[in-house]
Structures are given as C-alpha cells and as structure tokens.
Design a protein around this ligand. Sequence first.
Ligand code: MIC
Ligand code: SF4
Length: 644
Amino acid sequence: MGLTLAEKIIKNHLVEGEMVTGREIGIAIDQTLTQDATGTMAYLEFEAMGIPRVKTERSVAYIDHNTLQTGFENADDHRYIQTVAKKYGIWYSRPGNGICHQVHLERFGIPGKTLLGSDSHTPTGGGIGMLAIGSGGLDVAVAMGGGAYYIEMPQIINIELTGKLPPWVSAMDIILEILRRLTVKGGVGKIVEYSGPALADLSIPERATITNMGAELGATTSIFPSDEVTREFLKAQGRESDWYPLSADPDAVYAEKLTIDLSGLRPLAACPHSPDNVHPVSELAHIQVDQVCIGSCTNSSLADMLKVAAILKGKTIHPHVSLAISPGSKQVLTMMTEMGALADLIAAGARILECTCGPCIGMGFSPPSKGVSLRTFNRNFEGRSGTADAQVYLVSSETAAVSALQGYISDPTAFGRAPEVKMPASYHIDDSMVLEPVPPEKAEEVQVVRGPNIKPLPLAEPLPNQLEAPVLLKVGDNITTDHIMPAGAKILPYRSNIPRLAEFCFAQVDSGFSQRALEAGKGFIIGGVNYGQGSSREHAALVPLYLNIKGVIAVSFARIHRANLINAGILPLTFSNPEDYHKIQLGDQLELKNLLQDLDKGEEFLLVNKTKGISLTLKGRFSPRQREILKTGGLLNYTKAKAN
Ligand code: MIC
Ligand code: SF4
C-alpha cells in the first residue's frame, strides 16, 4: 500500500509509536520557529530545562508581533530574545525583517523537513512541502532541546484541486470555500493534503495562503507536494539546492477525499465573527466599508502587494475608507519599492505599516465603533481587532483592494479586467537582518538580558487523587483562545508577565472571572464544543494555571489548546454524554474522587456534582506519556524529572 505525502515525512521522522490513526506518535523536529508574543515564554522554558544549546538543524526567533512598543515591555522582550538566541544557537530575525511565516517560507523552509512553531499558522510552511505544525511554546522548547514532538497520528485527508481559477478569484477564495464546506472544526485530528491538476497553476505564495488558513479548519497541518513550482520558487530565492521532490504515492490511501473545481469558484468572504461563516461577496455588496487591511501571514506576499498596487494605480481610495497595508517581509517591501508598487499604493492613499502582524492581532489600526473592516487576514473573532463591536470580514487581496476604492464590499469580478502581475525570476536576497548565534564555545560570554516585565513561570503541582472545586466559569461552543487570553495592543506587552496578564483572562466573557478564580484558590471551567480553537498561545493555559484552574471539562477541545492544558498540568476532560454539559452550572461544587486511579485505569472518570447530587462520567483519552505529565505537574516538571 502506498503512502501519502504526510505519511512519508512522518515515517522519516518517527521516533516513537506507530503510524496508526489516533495513536500517539513522537516525531523528530528539524526546524523550529518562535515569534515574540510566544517566544519569551518559550525561551524562559528552554532556559529552565538547562540545555546548553539547541539541537535542531535550524531554530529561528522572529520579532513580528509585539512591535508597537508603547512602553519598555516589548522592547525588553525583544532584547531578551535577542540575547537568549545568540547564546543558545538560535537565529534571530530582527524587528523589521518580516512576519515569521512569510520569512520562514522565503528563506528557511525546506521540503520534506519538519517544522514546529509556537504559532498556530506555522502550517504555512506546508506550501513548500514541509510538515509544519503549530504548538505551544513549551513543546517548541522541548523540540529545541532535541526532544520529539508528540501528537495523535492524524487522519490524512485529500483535497483535489481541478480546473482553473477564474479572473479575480484567488487562493484566499479556495481556502474560504474549504472553510465553508468543512467548518472550523472540520480539520480537527486531520492533515489536509492537496493534489490535482490545478496545482500546476498555483504559485507558492498561493499555496501558502491555503496552508496558512488550514489552521482555521482546526487541522494539524496542511501540505502541498514539492514539485516544479516549488523548485522555481526556491530557485528564485537562491535556494534551489534546498529543493527536494516529494509527492504522495499513486496508490496512497486517504481517510476522506474532496474535489474542488476551481473554475466554479467566486469571490468569497468570511463574515463576522467566524472564519467559516462564508458567503459570496456578491451577496454583501450593500455593506459600507470603514477600513481595509491588507497583509498578515495569509496574504502579504509580493504577488499580493503587486496585485493590490495594480488595482489602485492612478486612483484614490474612497473618502470614508482607511486603508492599511503591511507587507509580509523586508524582501516584499524592498521589491515593491524597487518595482514602483509602493509609490502607487502611497499615491492611492494607503497607510503603509511595518512588515509585522499589526492589525491582525489588534496591534494598532483598530476599526471605529461598529466599524466594518475588510481584512485579508485569517481570523475575525469578535473583539480581536481591538474594537469590541467591529464587524470584520475576511477576503482576498483583490476583493479588499476593489472595495477600498468603491467604499462598499464589492465583487471584484464586476470591476473590469483583472490585474495580471508578473513575478520576478529572482527575489531580492538580503539576510542581513537575520543574526547568527555565537558558536558554542563563545556562549559563556553572552549575557542574557532580562527586563523587569519578565516574571517567573507559573509551575503546576502534581495532580491530587481527590479533587474538589467549584465551577468558576461556564462558557458555550467555539470559545477561542482570544476569549480565554485576549491579545491586542493593551494586553500583549504582558506576555512575559503572567500575573499581570491574568487580570485580562476571559475579560470579554466574564469580567469577574479572574478575581473570582484567585479568591477561590481552585476551580473548574466548563466549555462547549471546540473549546480553545484558534491560536497556539500557551498563555491561554498558563494563565488559568496561575488562576488555580485544575481542570477544564468541555464537550470537545481544539488540538493545540488541549495539548497546552496538559503541558500546563491542567486536566482536560470531555463529557461522555455531551448532553451532560447542561447538568453543570456556574458555582456547582464538583468532585473527582479517584482521579489518579481513574487516570491509570483507562479513559473514564467519575465526577460527582455535589450541588446537584448527581454523578456523571467524563472521558479523558491520555497516552501513557500524557498521564505522566499530568501526574508530575506539567511538561516542564516532567522534562526536568526525566533529565535527572
Ligand atoms: C494569532 O494569530 O492569534 C497569533 C497571535 O499569531 C497566535 C500566537 C500568539 O497568541 O502569540 C497564534 O496564532 O498562535
Ligand atoms: Fe501574525 Fe496574524 Fe499571522 Fe497570527 S495570524 S502570525 S497575528 S499575521
């Protein structure tokens, strides 16, 4: 029986377990990436492990998220990351060099390699045939130390792309169509593998848009074959020697198969407040637009910028629209400058932002009250833009640019001839903004500089056998990590200061939660379906840990967040019968009587709701390794205990 593309890479990197769907496997990690909003924590964790140097082939620390620097906090974190990187063997991509996923694709990604990143959009690397996975910072720290990365062997599903994209329809519309069909839970426990005749016409930036936003499906990762298109891209990046051909065997077996005829696609938009709330742009044409943002790790390539510039050239954006453009990298910005596109954008009225995440994570450029914001980004969760009542729509660069001119959400197919942009045969290559670490023998000389905002890590305690605690919060379905631990310009400066960050935990959902939890001293959270979807931020587990949360009981969990809870020593359990969700209320006193025995015995846990006088069965499918992690009090304690 033949192998799928993902199975081939997993097989080559398998260090533990069997490639049987649902079983835990350990894979060796070749490359890691961090960004600054998760990086400080990841490097503090790496330092705590006491390993003198990273053991990966390449680890890169990017500064791209927290760049507003409205106080000393972000700048201190950057300096900490710069010094820690220099000392421990990590390449440091300076602020200004670009968004981690864009730069990694351009300069470091290699087909067939594994990449683990402390950012949920790490699967962007799947665009060039890497097995690129997002995780919490602690998993990245362990991988930097040479440890394997553990996941449940995903199902591999195939999406075959046929036909040809019509004019004005783009890769963003392909992934929006997939989100429309599969929803934000459709990819959970799965790897999405792309194939089909249409791939010959899909450039690497287009493929990367699709793999990037595969994160919104909840997928473990998404991957394209490494073919001639990949070779051309790497050649244009001066890295043809990194190319390696990779594809699935012709007789590979997939768990599911879906075919999408690109010829039938139309411009689409994800409407507020979920990336899977997808509708044709033509049906939204009456909606007036207040702001348009073009960029983010989803659509900030040179091709995007050139297309937008061609659409705006010689025109001025609509009087009631504010347009922000954040190019994905220094390479993109340099080339759009050299090619004249930047001047066209400025002339049309665009506000040029840094090559960073910017508005995507609420780092500035928040919309006005009740404002409609059209963004080429990947997430439109409520409040994420920094404006609680903003209405955010996710669209392609083409739809965004045309709408910026019209002042209304506009279907670009009604806008005349689509722009044709020709990509250069070679990109502008200048890696001078990526700093090399010192050789191991010089590491002693490097002083790691810590600012006053960097506070110690919270550490979990081993699980007790009897756990009695009240329900401190009950939430509904599809709770995102942006609900649990909001981002944005006001809160992000405290990513390395858990006690301060804790004040904002669940702030939009229940402003009293944080104080209540601190006072209670221990407690449970009750969640619905897909609890913890969205980002990889381990702060959404570390802060609840600091706030004494011992367990989260939900109908189901998103993959990365569940792993982060276990890593933090917090018990994630699900209801055996989803209807039991209704049998627990805020304030109920819950008891897990034989926790350790239940944990060792199997998958069932007995929960007594003392307030209601009823018993329920809960489920927790844990691998032997995860049981040990929970018993030892989190992955950091477990890793240290193992090393000793
Ligand atoms: C995001 O898009 O939500 C982020 C900000 O990039 C996060 C990481 C973080 O919270 O720092 C992610 O996607 O993992
Ligand atoms: Fe940055 Fe937005 Fe991409 Fe997250 S999704 S890495 S915040 S650009």
